[in-house]
Write a protein of this length. Structure first.
Length: 272
């Protein structure tokens, strides 16, 4: 996605990763709309973007409110003629307790933001992108915790929500029309309002400097922290070892592969 002149909506964009992305995309001459419920933070962020020479506006609302997200889209279409990009970045860290002791209502509240908030953005903006047929892009912020459990204990709701976002975006990229680019942002440890003891974490601006060029290159996995591959290899080595011991490849096993089955069904329908 070439951001020059594009209308770019960033949810949770007033601080942290969202604000860093807004600054970097604004420097590439994108026109920014920030969306979140904290009015004072929005005002500060828009003022700072203006100081940097970035065209920026704000719209107050909550990603968990589908009507508010629809109003956000209306605002983007009113002020810029349309939105070209939605970055579903809003997220919360939620309860830090063992799964067995986590308040279910607190876990559901986290999912309302981290998963259903993303869903609302994808659905609202994605339908408009599909209908107008113009070049567009949908992004969502997942986490390294969508690839492996960086948080090994006391974060089950958060980790599960980020796995869910990654899975959702992998489906979306196969469902949207060709005019819509799709990418999933995978932060590691980045300094933000959500991070604790963050002296060793990556600076948010440095993070954005790695992510935005990948957006411009139309990547799907938008990655930042090199050591993630070590943890991914650990996770998948364990899974591969289980398959090797208990379910090794065997003749004809492809008959039970769902993707191949669907391809055969589609080919048969086309031939018919």
């Amino acid at each position: 996605m070439d951001f020059a002149g594009k209308s770019v909506v960033v949810t949770g964009g007033a601080t942290g990763i969202g604000f860093a992305l807004a600054k970097r995309i604004g420097a590439a001459r994108g026109r920014i709309i920030l969306f979140e419920p904290r009015v004072a933070k929005l005002d500060e962020a828009v003022a700072e973007l203006a100081r940097l020479g970035v065209e920026a506006r704000s719209f107050v609302g909550d990603v968990t409110d589908a009507a508010a997200v629809e109003a956000l889209a209306d605002f983007a279409w009113d002020v810029h003629g349309r939105a070209d990009v939605i970055i579903n970045n809003a997220g919360v860290s939620g309860p830090r307790a063992p799964v067995l002791d986590t308040d279910p209502d607190a876990a559901r509240a986290l999912f309302e933001v981290n998963f259903w908030g993303v869903w609302n953005g994808i659905r609202t903006f994605g339908r408009r992108f599909r209908d107008d047929g113009l070049p567009a892009a949908i992004y969502a912020t997942a986490s390294e915790n969508g690839l492996f459990n960086a948080v090994r204990t006391r974060g089950g709701a958060y980790v599960a929500s980020k796995h869910a976002v990654l899975g959702l975006m992998d489906i979306v990229r196969n469902e949207v029309p060709a005019n819509v680019e799709v990418g999933v942002i995978i932060p590691g440890w980045v300094k933000s309002d959500m991070t604790r003891n963050a002296d060793a974490a990556m600076n948010a601006d440095a993070f954005a400097a790695r992510i935005v060029p990948q957006m411009e290159a139309c990547g799907f996995y938008l990655v930042s922290h090199p050591y993630n591959v070590v943890r991914m290899e650990e996770r998948w080595a364990e899974a591969y070892a289980a398959f090797s011991k208990y379910a090794p490849r065997e003749a004809g096993d492809e008959q039970m592969d769902v993707q191949l089955f669907i391809e055969r069904m589609q080919a048969a329908q086309t031939a018919g």
